[in-house]
Design a protein around this ligand. Structure first.
Ligand SMILES: [Mn+2]
Length: 419
């Protein structure tokens, strides 16, 4: 009944919108930046993963999407920095008319397809053997696929190694290049992340209103996701976490099955995706509208940890430096043993995005600042998660500044939302 009241209140009906597409020049520029890092070596990288073919639910792996904007399996990108005309070459999976009756028609090879992806050439089939044509113009091949798994090398890594062996070309390892380039977002990427954050704000507005005693975690989840999609989300950045009471002390609580009770805190870690870019935000809501003295003490310690992390963002600071700042802050508050995860991570095409944790943060990096204190024996946890854009010269900007964050502001927000 309460749910029916909440639902009938002020939601607009979701109107799904097509995700924005960045112009092909953006992707071409990224590939040129990669080529600049390769010392004249040719390279290739392949799409990863297969679609289930029941519905066209394929989601391209982030590196390949960042380089091409191509969202289909079986694609290969070849980069020939020393070639005069054919520098950017794309191989797409062979067409299959029967499969297309299930998943929709695919574009034929044509000048329009070259233009759509900003390529010098688009061909069909396996791009792996095509790397043999890198010689004689290039005397080396670069491996750019990130190193993740020592046992099971990817098909593109094998293809580069085989081509280098077959042609007697030098093999050069550039497996951090994509992470380093991807962590520094360009303005059009930041704009998409900001839009994802604004949509996420609308979802958390629904949470502030709906985290009342007697509803289930699932109720809160569905209302927040309804608000995301009603505000133009193109997806969820990750599975929504709604952890009330002792579930708030479980980091990745995913069952969302408990009923909210008076006196609970509710940790809501949920965010929208927009145009493939993720947001990542957590707020901790008091069901009664007020934090108890014990809850407030913990909340203020977590808030102070965020402030101390922000203060540690200086020229040359690394993610490791910020982790130290987070730990020092929570140690002095007496909660270090209850802080059981990293202070934050990179965000971009993925909620846990590519980036290098031991090198100075570049301008354009977007990171989360998410200290938390978890007290399962006391029946609650507190996490506050915001997103920060790193600016030049050690400056930074809070992308989530529109989310109430101070304890008093959260209480006022909850009170305002439920009037
Ligand atoms: Mn996070």
């Amino acid at each position: 009944m309460l749910l029916a009241l909440l639902l009938s209140a002020s939601f607009v009906h979701p109107t799904p919108q097509p995700p924005p597409e960045l112009p092909p020049s953006v992707y071409r520029d990224r590939r040129e930046r990669v080529m600049k890092e390769l010392g004249g070596c040719a390279t290739l990288i392949a799409a990863q993963g297969e679609s289930s073919a029941i519905v066209p639910d394929f989601k391209q792996v982030d590196d390949f999407f960042w380089l091409t904007g191509v969202n289909e399996p079986g694609a290969w990108l070849l980069l020939y920095p020393k070639a005069k005309y054919l520098r950017h070459v794309l191989y797409l999976k062979t067409r299959d008319p029967e499969a297309e009756r299930w998943t929709g028609p695919r574009d034929p090879i044509s000048p329009a397809l070259k233009e759509k992806y900003g390529m010098d050439q688009v061909r069909r089939g396996n791009g792996g053997p095509a790397l043999l044509s890198a010689a004689p113009l290039h005397d080396c091949l670069a491996l750019i696929a990130p190193a993740k798994d020592l046992k099971d090398e990817r098909s593109d890594v094998q293809a580069v190694k085989q081509a280098a062996g077959a042609m007697g070309l030098k093999l050069v390892y550039k497996r951090d290049t994509l992470a380093r380039l991807r962590e520094a977002h360009t303005p059009e990427e930041v704009a998409l992340i900001e839009r994802a954050v604004a949509i996420t704000r609308a979802g958390h507005e629904a949470v502030a209103r709906s985290t009342v005693a007697g509803v289930s975690e699932r109720d809160v989840q569905t209302q927040l996701e309804y608000a995301f999609f009603g505000s133009g989300a193109t997806g969820l950045a990750y599975g929504s976490i709604v952890g009330s009471g002792e579930n708030g002390a479980v980091l990745h609580w995913g069952q969302n099955s408990r009923m909210l009770r008076d006196g609970d805190l509710v940790v809501v870690d949920a965010a929208a995706e927009y145009g493939r870019y993720a947001a990542d935000v957590t707020r901790t809501y008091p069901v009664s509208g007020k934090f108890s003295d014990e809850q407030a003490k913990v909340y203020r310690a977590v808030f102070q940890a965020q402030e101390d992390i922000f203060a540690a963002i200086k020229p040359g600071a690394t993610m490791g430096d910020l982790q130290k700042a987070a730990e020092a802050s929570l140690r002095s508050a007496g909660y270090l043993d209850n802080f059981i995860h990293g202070f934050g991570h990179f965000v971009g095409l993925n909620v846990h995005d590519a980036g290098l944790y031991d090198l100075p943060l570049p301008a354009g990096a977007v990171i989360t600042v998410e200290p938390g204190v978890y007290l399962p024996e006391r029946g609650f946890g507190v996490r506050i998660e915001d997103e920060v854009l790193i600016l030049p010269n050690g400056k930074w900007r809070l992308l989530t500044a529109d989310f109430p964050r101070k304890l008093e502001d959260v209480e006022a927000w909850v009170a305002r939302s439920r009037r």
